[in-house]
Design a protein around this ligand. Structure first.
Ligand code: PLP
Length: 384
């Protein structure tokens, strides 16, 4: 068959490639996956089962169940985000669909879309599939991987039509403070740049409260916020996310959604309603556990002499491995059976780093960090 030009050049996900290597081996401790090691809270699972028992197996409205949109609206008051459930919220099949819809609704062929680097791997291909041109804006460990006006200016991001912002960040674990966001917001207003803010890790913020760029003056009307249930509610497999934004933008996204997806999974929507209704305590327990692991992993890396920026959100640490990250990850897997993801998979700005997910048991984290310590002592020579 004849494949479209768009897809011919689309690279395989670097993460997947690496997992295939890891899966081929036995006794591997994986610190590679970006998903919770917990199951969804029991009450949410029960609600899903109950919805099936009641035969609720049909489509929902395109925008998602009204009760779910109402609960999402109320939930977001905690971030000072006020959205109308009827016009400004769209429930999607994972945050992934919301990201894709945002690109397709906002990006015209040839539009420049600025993306800070390193960041989540799906944005660049998504921008290209929408016909846009990704513009990489490097961030630095020295700035705690925050996006700054200086970095935006240096990359020429003033010419961009859209900026993708992902904080708390995958892969670095960086967050951005209100003051830092104010600086980026001012830049966006000055240069008339609109924003797609992927805040899927908002609930996994360990120091201070999550702050959204959409709450900065003049930003609500130029920002689509994306969030979902995969991370905080440990519901990756149920595939449920959503977008919050100005009515016209949400309507545009819904028009694509209604032809491509129709509606998000119904069973997952019932689980999510219950999650938002009654599972705050379980979510908090998971967040507390990630926080405990975060401190452990960070202090272990420091003890080993690896330069590790302190992660403050999501569930990743991003140590500097002192050399070629791909060689480090491959040799570590080979010698010690520990899988981590080379930082360069997340963009040139990730070179020389490793993404280490601590969404794994404390027992495995202890074993894995001991093995990394052995590897550093016996196999690895710091070259950088
Ligand atoms: N956005 C970010 C930053 C992510 O890290 C991920 C998954 O790793 C997603 C979106 C995808 O989320 P979902 O499972 O809701 O599609």
């Amino acid at each position: 068959m004849r494949l479209s030009d768009r897809v011919v050049d689309l690279p395989e996900s670097g993460i997947r490639e690496f997992f295939e290597l890891a899966e081929a081996r036995q006794d591997v401790i994986s610190l590679g996956v970006g998903e919770p090691d917990f199951s969804a809270p029991w009450a949410a699972r029960m609600a899903a089962i109950d919805s099936l028992e009641r035969g609720r197996t049909s489509y929902t409205s395109n925008r998602g169940l009204r009760e779910l949109r109402e609960r999402i609206a109320t939930h977001h008051h905690r971030y000072d985000q006020l959205y109308d459930p009827d016009e400004e919220i769209l429930v999607t099949t994972g945050a992934s669909e919301a990201v894709d819809l945002a690109f397709r609704a906002l990006v015209d062929p040839g539009d420049v879309v600025a993306v800070h680097d390193p960041t989540y791997i799906s944005y660049e291909p998504g921008i290209e599939l929408a016909g846009g041109e990704p513009l990489s804006v490097p961030t630095r460990a020295a700035d705690d991987f925050a996006l700054t006006r200086e970095r935006l200016e240096a990359a020429g991001a003033g010419a961009a039509d859209t900026l993708v912002l992902c904080y708390p960040n995958n892969p670095t674990g960086a967050i951005m403070s209100e003051e830092q966001l104010a600086e980026v917001a001012a830049f966006c207003r000055e240069h008339d740049v609109q924003v797609i803010a992927d805040e899927i890790y908002a609930a996994l913020t360990y120091e201070g409260a999550h702050s959204s760029i959409a709450t900065q003056p003049g930003m609500r009307e130029r920002t689509v916020v994306i969030n979902g249930f995969s991370k905080a509610y440990a519901m990756t497999g149920l595939r449920l996310g959503y977008a919050l934004g100005p009515a016209e933008t949400i309507d545009a996204m819904n028009r694509i959604h209604q032809y491509t997806m129709l509606s998000a999974p119904t069973t997952a929507q019932y689980a999510a309603i219950e999650g938002l209704r009654s599972c705050d305590d379980e979510v908090q327990e998971m967040v507390d556990e990630y926080d405990r692991r975060r401190r452990f992993v960070h202090s272990r890396f420091r003890e080993m002499g690896l330069d590790c920026f302190e992660p403050r959100g999501a569930f990743y640490a991003f140590p500097d491995c002192g050399g070629d990250d791909e060689a480090f990850a491959a040799d570590l897997l080979e010698d010690q059976g520990v899988a981590v993801v080379p930082g360069s998979v997340f963009g040139a700005g990730g070179e020389g780093h490793l993404r280490v997910s601590y969404a794994t048991s404390m027992r495995d984290l202890k074993r894995a960090t001991d093995r990394i310590e052995t590897f550093l002592a016996t196999e690895w020579t710091v070259t950088a």
